[in-house]
Design a protein around this ligand. Structure first.
Ligand code: CA
Length: 229
């Protein structure tokens, strides 16, 4: 089945260039020039998008507001959203991610990068039920709770394993520090984020050659990128 990408973008040049390239890569595409139209198309029961590419700066309903609306509706609660933002300010990225966006891309971007990010998010969504992460070098078994790097078993603590699992299950997606604390430590956790950074550092050390599978997203959090073989 072809993936359908809904592009919510008021700048016609950008929207058309994205459409052209996504269609060439075999995607179905629809463009909404405003947040209101984007919301209507996203909520179309007969034709729900696989993913929404959402510009932050729109006339009328903003991208942030649209994203909030999508997260409130049962039908679109889990619909993947990637934000396109001209703002490089960390605060805006965080607002976007805390609103529930899966990832963000800062303008100006290369269309190639956008397509790669979209594919990464769709792969994750398609494989949400998987029980194992595996690339040429690293393997993480979510069920047996065992980790191997280049065929050598890596012994992790329960917390380190939970952290790695959360990141690996969200491959390609930025996890903010708050996301990680909420999901790995639980909502009752009130400590500071340094604890998290210490755990990540130890996890990377233990993973040795495979430590590069976790990327630091400066000022925001971490992203599992796996290992390119
Ligand atoms: Ca815009």
């Amino acid at each position: 089945m072809k993936h359908y990408v809904l592009i919510v973008e008021d700048e016609a040049d950008i929207a058309e260039s994205l459409r052209y390239n996504f269609e060439r890569e075999g995607f179905k595409v629809q463009i909404a020039e405003s947040g209101e139209k984007g919301l209507r198309l996203a909520l179309d029961e007969n034709r729900p998008p696989s993913l929404v590419l959402l510009d932050l700066m729109l006339p009328g309903m903003t991208g942030i507001e649209l994203c909030r609306r999508l997260r409130r509706e049962p039908m679109t609660k889990k619909m993947p959203v990637i934000m396109l933002t001209a703002k490089a300010a960390e605060g805006d990225k965080l607002t976007g991610l805390d609103t529930g966006a899966d990832d963000y891309i800062t303008k100006p971007f290369s269309v190639k990068e956008v397509i790669a990010r979209v594919r990464a998010v769709l792969r994750r969504v398609d494989s949400e039920t998987v029980q194992k992460y595996e690339d040429g070098q690293l393997s993480v078994d979510f069920v047996d709770m065992r980790v191997f790097c280049s065929d050598e078993e890596v012994k992790l603590t329960r917390k380190e394993f939970a952290l790695l699992t959360y990141l690996a299950k969200n491959t390609g997606r930025v996890a903010t520090r708050q996301n990680l604390l909420d999901n790995v430590w639980g909502y009752s956790y009130f400590g500071d984020t340094r604890t998290l950074d210490v755990h990540i550092r130890r996890l990377r050390q233990k993973l040795g050659d495979c430590g590069d599978c976790i990327e630091t997203v400066v000022g925001v959090g971490y992203r599992f990128v796996g290992l390119k073989s």
